[in-house]
Design a protein around this ligand. Structure first.
Ligand code: ZN
Length: 255
C-alpha cells in the first residue's frame, strides 16, 4: 500500500517554512516578479533596489524614500496564511520560518521574533550604509514627511537605506547560516508562495532534502524544484497552507 503524504505528515515533528511574496499578496502587497509584479511593470523600481544606483544617484534615493513612505505594507494586515504559521508554532511543530519577504507580517501575525529568519532583511528598519546605525523606519519616514527628501544618518551623515538586501548586496552571513541550519534540521520543509528562482534562498530546498526532510511546495506557478518535491500543491497559498497545517497539527495531536 502506498504511503500517502497524509501518513508521512503524521511522523513530522519539526517544520521549517520558507515563505515568499505569494504569502503576502492576499494582504495587498504586490509581488516583484509575477505578471503584475513591481519590477515587471516598472523598471525604474528595479533601479531603486540596486545598491550602486541607489548610492550614486540622489534622485533615485529621493524616489526610494517616497516609495517606502507609500508602501502598502504599512497598512497591510496579516492574512490566514500568516495566521496558520502561528498555530503551527503554538502546536510545537515549527522549527523556523525563513522568509524572503521584508514586510514584517509574520511577526505582526504573532509569530515569535526568534522563529522568523528574514533573509532579505526588513523594511521596518533603516540602516546607515556608512556606520551601520539602525533606526526604526517610521522615525526616518517622519523626517521624509517633514520635508527631508533624502534624510541622512543622524550619527554620521551617511546615506541611509531600508535594512533590506538590495540587488548587488550580499546576504548577511549570520542570517544565511541560520537559514541553512533551519533547513537542515527539520523533517518537513514547506516552500510557500515563492517561485524558488532567487538564490541562495531557493537552494534551501536542497539543503532540506539532502538532510532527509520531506519537501512540499505550495505555489500558484511551477517552480524549478517541483520535480524533487514529495508533494506540490498548486492552488492559492491562502488555501493550501491552512489545509497542510491543519493536517500536520491534527496528526501531531493524535500522537
Ligand atoms: Zn551613519
Amino acid at each position: 500500500m502506498a504511503v500517502t503524504l497524509r501518513d508521512r505528515l503524521g511522523e513530522v515533528t519539526s517544520i521549517t517554512v520558507l515563505t515568499g511574496a505569494g504569502i503576502s499578496t492576499d494582504s495587498g502587497i504586490p509581488d516583484f516578479r509575477g505578471p503584475q509584479g513591481v519590477w515587471t511593470k516598472d523598471p525604474a523600481a528595479a533601479a531603486m533596489a540596486t545598491i550602486d544606483t541607489y548610492v550614486a544617484d540622489p534622485e533615485v534615493r529621493r524616489r526610494a524614500w517616497r516609495s517606502r513612505r507609500d508602501h502598502p505594507a504599512w497598512r497591510a494586515e496579516p492574512n490566514i496564511a500568516h495566521a496558520v504559521l502561528v498555530d503551527l508554532e503554538r502546536a510545537g511543530l515549527l522549527r523556523s520560518i525563513i522568509t524572503q519577504n521584508v514586510d514584517g507580517l509574520h511577526q505582526r501575525a504573532g509569530s515569535s521574533g526568534e522563529m522568523v529568519i528574514e533573509i532579505h532583511g526588513t523594511m521596518r528598519d533603516a540602516e546607515c550604509l556608512t556606520c551601520g546605525l539602525v533606526t526604526p523606519m517610521p522615525e526616518v519616514l517622519r523626517r521624509v514627511d517633514a520635508g527631508e527628501a533624502d534624510p541622512p544618518c543622524l550619527a554620521c551623515g551617511g546615506i541611509q537605506k531600508s535594512a533590506t538586501i538590495s540587488f548587488g548586496q550580499a546576504l548577511r552571513r549570520d542570517v544565511l547560516d541560520a537559514a541553512i541550519l533551519a533547513a537542515r534540521s527539520c523533517d518537513l520543509f514547506i516552500a510557500a508562495g515563492t517561485s524558488l528562482t532567487v538564490h541562495p534562498a531557493a537552494g534551501l530546498c536542497l539543503e532540506a532534502t539532502e538532510h532527509g526532510a520531506l519537501l512540499v511546495i505550495l505555489n500558484a506557478q511551477e517552480t524549478p524544484y517541483d520535480e524533487i518535491a514529495d508533494a506540490v500543491l498548486r492552488g492559492p497559498v491562502g488555501e493550501t497552507l491552512p489545509e497542510l497545517v491543519r493536517i500536520a497539527v491534527g496528526a501531531g495531536e493524535q500522537r
